[in-house]
Design a protein around this ligand. Structure first.
Ligand code: AMP
Ligand code: MG
Length: 277
């Protein structure tokens, strides 16, 4: 089984040309049906690892999901939640800043949602919007958004160093044709029509600018402490397989252990088992 955590990692400092990435890649897996046992095994492992994370309370995990409209951010979240106990996992979505949020620095609205020790947080969009949509649409002058990269790296280092947060960032990479196909499905399928809006088609017009903005994000903010992974996402099942493999392998590397009991078990047994007998 290839190690997608290695294969899809953007090495710190590397320059990425997204045109060279195959969004339709699905490894040696032929179909969803054939990959299903692998996916299920990942989900089982993830369930055990999250249980340990919660019990041990030494680490936390932040998963950042970015990608263009219809890239599959919601789909990944739905899938990951099947391998997590919701009690230990929070999902936060970031939309256009509210007027109050706009009056603060761009990380102000993000910080309250980072995971506490023992917890997992999944971000559906994130502070990266402040170097993506903000850049593509000139929402603030370049002088401002261009300093965000360093501030983001500092912020993520703070989380990693001060709160033992493992940060994993996923760029869900779909092709332009696949996006169009997915929009069409949303238009045609009455159960999905609520998901489509005119702005989806309008944003598509900025495809090249978004690719350039993502390439800079990957180049400037993939760090040892908070790496980016480029996930081939045209096949939803392969996307889920790759994301879950990377998360489980990075969680395994934490070598978490069940905490030792903090009470005297022998004493409890002596006192209460005898009484019950
Ligand atoms: P959706 O995720 O489809 O519900 O859309 C949320 C929208 O909010 C997207 O168009 C994002 O680009 C936009 N958004 C998120 N964060 C920001 C931000 N910091 N500034 C401007 N727009 C944002
Ligand atoms: Mg959308």
């Amino acid at each position: 089984m290839p190690d997608y955590a290695e294969e899809m990692l953007v090495k710190p400092g590397a320059r990425v040309k997204l045109k060279e990435f195959d969004a339709g890649f699905h490894g040696k897996h032929e179909s969803h049906e054939k990959a299903l046992p692998v996916i299920q095994a990942h989900m089982q492992k993830m369930d055990q690892l999250q249980y340990l994370l919660y019990a041990e309370k030494k680490h936390s995990l932040l998963i950042v999901l970015q990608g263009l409209d219809a890239a599959g951010k919601d789909g990944v979240i739905r899938h990951l939640m099947t391998g997590m106990n919701p009690e230990g996992c929070r999902v936060a979505g970031f939309k256009q800043p509210t007027p109050i949020e706009s009056e603060h620095d761009f990380l102000w609205r993000i910080h309250p949602h980072v995971p506490a020790t023992g917890m997992v947080a999944i971000f559906n969009r994130s502070h990266y919007e402040d170097v993506l949509v903000v850049r593509v649409h000139d929402l603030v002058p370049e002088k401002e958004w261009s300093r965000h990269y360093d501030l983001i790296n500092d912020f993520e280092r703070l989380l990693a160093v001060e709160n033992n947060t493992t940060i994993l960032k996923f760029f869900l990479n779909i092709s332009k044709e696949e996006q169009l196909e997915r929009f069409k499905c949303r238009l045609d399928d009455p159960t999905r029509q609520w998901k489509i809006s005119e702005s989806d088609y309008q944003e598509r017009g900025y495809w090249d600018q978004y690719m350039k903005a993502f390439e800079d994000v990957l180049h400037k903010t993939s760090t040892e402490l908070a790496p980016w992974f480029v996930i081939p996402s045209n096949h939803k099942w392969f996307r889920d397989l790759a994301v879950s493999q990377i998360i489980t392998s990075r969680m395994e590397a934490l070598q978490m252990k069940s905490p030792k009991p903090t009470v005297d078990l022998a004493d409890i047994r002596r006192k209460y088992l005898k009484a019950a007998a």
